[in-house]
Design a protein around this ligand. Structure first.
Ligand code: ATP
Ligand code: MG
Ligand code: MG
Length: 500
């Protein structure tokens, strides 16, 4: 905390944040630290095994090393209890992504008692292994450097380590480098972290958090918060939060928000409706799924935030109003109901992950037909239904409804879902339009903004780690003739009983 005495609005804001219980407990912190430590031990063992398999001389096996660097909200020190741990594995020149990471390390992970729900997400922009370690979700991408040994404190900004690296490793490193840059830029780390916690809570409550639903993700919020911190030197937490809304309620999009001076002429204009620079090199931008509708909603919420906070020095001011859950049921008369179900919880989690990775396409189709859609990220469960399920309710601005419109959206979206590389058992999806009065009663949309996310997304779910419907196929090494690296499970699609 800053040394000077804080102003009253900042004290009450900190009190509100503490009451919300979003600052992780010491126990939670310790648990996450242990996960990172254990992962570091696992990857050192892994890299020595790979070196031995590659028949490197003993002194090189002794010398080689790999390490783990935390990034994302965990690396910035702003994670909440529902955040994942984003951990980049950095390995040496001989440990390949295809064989050693996706097969060798995956095999090592699945044998461990603490590890569950292992998925290889191979064809994402940043390929990664996603799993739970002691119940905490971990995103583990891989970057390979042209060195024999990666020191534990490897400097990812040092050109020595970055020479000749492949494009995927470069992309995988970008999150770590962006975090490092943000942490170097902000004048007060504590104020930045507190501000970012506040704006993430605000975004979640107001239904504008989550890249997959077309809103702002953690990385976007981090850059916007750092931007505000960067130019106000004698700031307090309350002045920063008010300034955050003042700045972005009046921002002239699509002028990009940039933390770095891009001195080189950019090729073309920055991407998307709300371009936000990824501060890890020139002309790199955060990926964004923002559409016309979500742009409108985010802007309306920035403006509301500004109107609420501009009087923060007024003695009667209260922060509570800023964090009021978004009143979906009072705002929209009609909702698109997206009902997803599968035979069991594991299949459901895979299926929902796949569908969520295609949400932007669904949102665009609904916008085409109905003009505007507010894709509330809250996940509901119909507890009375027979099959495990997740339900979403997306707000529509309509007076009357034409039922056949939603049928055409569903048909179109099914084509999109079926055209991808999803390899797990396909679940059910049903779209319908319901009235506000048909929203789940016990969880009024507004209060349910607080609810935890039930699933996380995989862009591509490789396979279920399942016995009956999977067949083990040996994978031969490209490096050692005739050497079996491990076994990949191939799923039989014909057995699935496709229901879409
Ligand atoms: N849309 C994106 N564009 C660029 N980089 C991204 C994007 N989404 C994620 N990343 C990278 O992955 C990291 C982790 O992303 P993640 O979605 O886990 O968000 P987070 O900031 O950790 O917030 P949360 O607490 O919700 O997990 C980000 O810090 C960023 O480096
Ligand atoms: Mg994260
Ligand atoms: Mg993540």
């Amino acid at each position: 905390m800053s040394e000077k005495l804080e102003d009253e609005p900042s004290i009450s804001l900190r009190q509100l944040m503490a009451n919300e219980g979003i600052i992780p407990s010491l126990e939670d912190r310790e648990k996450r630290r242990v996960v990172i430590d254990r992962l570091r031990m696992i990857v050192v063992r892994w890299v020595k095994t790979v070196a031995w398999k590659r028949r490197l001389p003993q002194h090189q096996i002794d010398a080689t090393n790999a390490t783990i660097i935390a990034y994302g909200s965990y690396g910035l020190g702003v994670y909440g209890s529902e955040s994942d741990i984003d951990a980049l594995l950095i390995g040496p020149f001989f440990a390949s992504m295809a064989e050693d990471f996706f097969i060798g390390l995956r095999d090592m992970l699945i044998t461990r008692r603490e590890v569950s729900e292992v998925h290889c997400v191979k064809d994402a922009k940043v390929p990664l292994i996603r799993f739970k370690f002691d119940g905490i979700l971990v995103d583990l991408p891989y970057a390979q450097l042209r060195v024999l040994s990666v020191p534990h404190n490897v400097d990812v900004l040092n050109p020595f380590f970055l020479r000749d690296i492949d494009e995927t490793s470069w992309k995988s490193l970008s999150g770590v480098r962006a975090n490092k840059f943000i942490l170097q830029l902000v004048p007060s780390l504590e104020l930045f972290q507190s501000l970012l916690r506040c704006v993430k809570l605000w975004a979640k409550r107001r239904g504008v958090y989550g890249n997959l639903n077309g809103f702002l993700g953690g990385v976007h919020m981090a850059v916007l918060a750092a931007f505000v911190c960067g130019y106000e030197r004698n700031a307090t937490l309350s002045s920063l939060l008010a300034n955050f809304f003042n700045t972005f309620a009046h921002w002239q999009w699509p002028i990009p928000v940039m933390l770095l001076d891009d001195t080189y002429p950019a090729t073309g204009s920055p991407p998307g409706l709300m371009p936000i620079q990824l501060p890890c090199g020139p002309h790199q931008f955060c990926n964004s799924n923002i559409t016309r509708s979500t742009f409108y909603k985010i802007m309306a919420e920035f403006l509301r935030g500004h109107n609420v906070t501009k009087d923060y020095l007024n003695p009667n001011f209260s922060w509570k109003n800023l964090f009021e859950p978004y009143p979906y049921a009072n705002t929209y008369t009609w909702f698109t109901k997206i009902h997803l179900s599968a035979a069991n919880q594991e299949d459901l989690s895979n299926w929902v992950g796949w569908v969520k990775s295609r949400f932007r396409c669904l949102l665009l189709k609904i916008e085409e037909v109905y003009g505007f859609c507010d894709p509330n990220p809250t996940e509901y469960v119909e507890t009375y239904a027979k099959q495990p399920n997740i339900v979403f309710y997306w707000g529509l601005q309509l007076r009357t409804i034409n039922v056949s419109d939603i049928e055409s959206v569903e048909t179109n979206f099914l084509k999109n879902l079926n055209s991808g590389s999803f390899q797990g058992p396909v679940g059910r999806i049903h779209l319908s339009v319901v009235k506000a009065s048909q929203l789940p009663r016990n969880s009024d949309c507004a209060s349910d903004n607080r609810s935890k996310k039930v699933t996380r997304t995989c862009w591509r779910i490789r396979i279920r780690e399942d016995k009956q419907q999977c067949k083990n196929v040996p994978v031969y090494s490209k490096h050692l003739p005739g050497y079996v690296v491990g076994y990949e499970k191939i799923h039989h699609r014909e057995d699935e009983g496709t229901e879409v």
